[in-house]
Design a protein around this ligand. Structure first.
Ligand SMILES: [Mg+2]
Length: 233
């Protein structure tokens, strides 16, 4: 008999942690330095987007040619990651309510496996989580490097999960936990159940309209939520 298990894939920003204002400032500075502009970044919502996607969208809006942007992207990425590592201030950051308690509960369960599914570039994800002591919970993940949008991330996460756990996961054994419309859309497009959490910039009513399998205001006391049970009902 096959063990029934749940592979839980967490988004980072707005779901596990609020990094405060410095990330956007650092991102903007690196873009301006390398591309000469950060485009319409002031009104731009980063929620659910991959870091590659943010750069490509903002530079396209500023009229830059995609080929030039792609060529210089590694330089901008390097600047951003180096500065993020140096400047991200944990006193400006906030671990979202009950996140640590939930991760402790889930990590202790034999029927749950934890991973990341985030638009952050890998090293940025490590910096953000490491700064608030959350990096030890996740053995693997899918990241924004080379990903022009979120839809391709679940396939990467499932491959990495298989490599790390030695188990091929079915999609209905997985759960995507995220705070944005893009998290819900990504889950739906990939046939994976989702738990939307309204601790980011997107209000619960908007998340509900996107059709997540489950929706909660926050993660307080949610360790016993059916979303984390080993199988979908
Ligand atoms: Mg998010």
């Amino acid at each position: 008999m096959m063990w029934l298990m749940r592979l839980v894939l967490f988004d980072i920003d707005g779901t596990l942690v609020d990094c405060g204002p410095s990330v956007r400032r650092i991102f903007t500075g690196a873009m301006e330095e390398v591309f000469g502009t950060a485009g319409p970044i002031d009104g731009y919502d980063f929620s659910g987007r991959t870091d590659d996607e943010i750069v490509l969208a903002l530079t396209a809006a500023a009229g830059l040619r995609t080929g030039d942007v792609r060529r210089r992207l590694p330089l901008m990425k390097g600047l951003y990651l180096e500065r993020l590592g140096r400047l991200l201030d944990p006193s400006e950051m906030r671990v979202l309510p009950a996140v640590k308690a939930l991760l402790d509960e889930l990590a202790a369960r034999a029927d749950v496996c934890l991973g990341l599914l985030t638009g952050n570039w890998r090293d940025g994800a490590r910096t953000k989580l490491g700064r608030v002591g959350l990096d030890g919970y996740f053995e693997f993940g899918a990241f924004g490097d080379g990903q022009p949008n979120r839809l391709g991330l679940p396939a990467v996460a499932l491959d990495r999960a298989a490599a790390v756990t030695g188990r091929r996961w079915r999609k209905d054994e997985c759960l995507i936990v995220g705070d944005s419309l893009a998290d819900v859309a990504c889950a739906r497009a990939n046939g994976i159940p989702s738990l939307a959490v309204a601790t980011g910039r997107t209000p619960a009513e908007q998340l509900a309209a996107a059709g997540p399998r489950w929706l909660v205001e926050d993660l307080v006391g949610q360790w016993s939520h059916p979303a984390f049970a080993p199988m979908t009902a």
